[in-house]
Write a protein that binds this ligand. Structure first.
Ligand code: PMP
Length: 347
């Protein structure tokens, strides 16, 4: 890996971060807080939250067996994606590389930050073309985004292909594991120990059933996490979110049960889709959704909307002609979808 100081934008290297009241005084002894211009009236959200979310990170530290300096918490993992650009990429000069198709926010965040976004097609079977990703990198390539399991294709990339990129690329590699709880492939979270250029993203929005709370996680070596902390908004994770996260972490065995049920449902949904007359193909999924190719996908999408059922039309996405992305829901929801599809007569 190139030295971190070479990868980070010079203005971020030299940045003096905002120091908030809760950064300057962290002791537990004080009982009168007149330092942050808060209201004294206990709503009970009159106080600013912990800017570094220490209690949540302590809990994560026990769960993952990593020091709390290895975690960043943000307003969804989308915040961490945006921060990668703001920390590493000089607008108008640097670029990032990602497979295509993949999660759309990497490209949108690149556009917002005026950073060139280089797309490298996945192979026809949606596997990662590690060699080709590395070939399009140049001295201005600061980061490579790998989403595994990938959205919208659903497959996880092999550990060998990901390792080839992480081990050989000299800049930052972001492995977005938003759907990893559903995958049988090993997670990359603990591999931050082996690779100083690795950032792994997780989210509460999928398996943790908490998309509404907006909480995303980044795992990386402490020197990278320190940069995230330097650039993030001071109080980026609300008190409500921090309290909720602690509660959810204590319910993690329930999450495992939900995952198991969704995987069983996924098997049933795929088996039923295969019996439809207009079914063409489904793609192996390591996620809580399945990408399926159907004859006349766009019309089927419109028909389903008419039935009050919303799936995601991916038919105009690279390599996804005639594909719909179907999230696995409750058994009753999946049954409604399948019943509607069985009634579909092409009109
Ligand atoms: N990464 C991937 C691969 C996603 O599919 C999504 C959401 N669809 C996100 C990140 C964003 O997650 P969050 O809700 O944590 O911002």
């Amino acid at each position: 890996m190139r030295p971190l100081e070479e990868l980070v934008r010079p203005n971020i290297c030299s940045l003096t971060p905002y120091s908030c009241a809760r950064d300057e005084y962290q002791g537990a002894e004080a009982t009168v807080f007149l330092d942050a211009n808060e209201s004294p009236y206990n709503t009970p959200l009159n106080r600013y939250p912990d800017p570094l979310q220490r209690k949540v990170k302590d809990a994560l530290s026990h769960i993952y067996g990593l020091r709390s300096e290895c975690f960043f918490l943000g307003n969804g993992s989308d915040e961490a994606i945006d921060l990668v650009y703001r920390i590493f990429c000089r607008p108008g000069r640097d670029n990032v590389v990602a497979p295509d198709p993949t999660y759309g926010m990497y490209g949108v965040a690149a556009d917002i930050n005026d950073v060139e976004y280089r797309r490298v097609p996945l192979a026809a079977d949606f596997s990662l073309q590690a060699e080709r990703l590395l070939e399009v990198c140049n001295a201005q390539t600061k980061a490579i985004f790998l989403c595994s399991p990938n959205n919208p294709t659903g497959n996880a990339f092999t550990a060998e292909a990901i390792e080839q990129v992480v081990a050989r690329f000299q800049g930052i590699v972001v492995v977005d594991e938003a759907y990893a709880d559903f995958s049988s492939q090993p997670s990359w979270v603990k591999r931050i120990v082996d690779y100083p250029n690795l950032i792994v993203l997780r989210t509460f929005s999928k398996a943790w059933a908490s998309a509404g709370v907006r909480l995303g996680l980044a795992f990386a070596r402490p020197d990278i996490i320190a940069l995230f902390n330097k650039v993030k908004y001071p109080y980026n994770v609300s008190q409500l979110t921090q309290d909720y996260a602690l509660e959810m972490l204590s319910r993690r065995y329930e999450v495992l049960e939900w995952v198991k049920r969704l995987l069983d449902e996924r098997t049933k949904v795929v088996a039923a889709l295969r019996l439809l007359p207009f079914y063409e193909k489904d793609y192996p999924s390591d996620a809580n959704f399945v990408l399926v190719k159907l004859q006349g996908a766009r019309r089927i999408y419109d028909y389903l909307i008419g039935q009050g059922i919303v799936v995601r039309d991916r038919s105009r996405v690279t390599l996804c002609d005639d594909c719909l992305r179907i999230t696995i829901g409750l058994p009753t929801e999946n049954s409604r979808l399948l019943a509607a599809l069985r009634q579909y007569n092409g009109k």
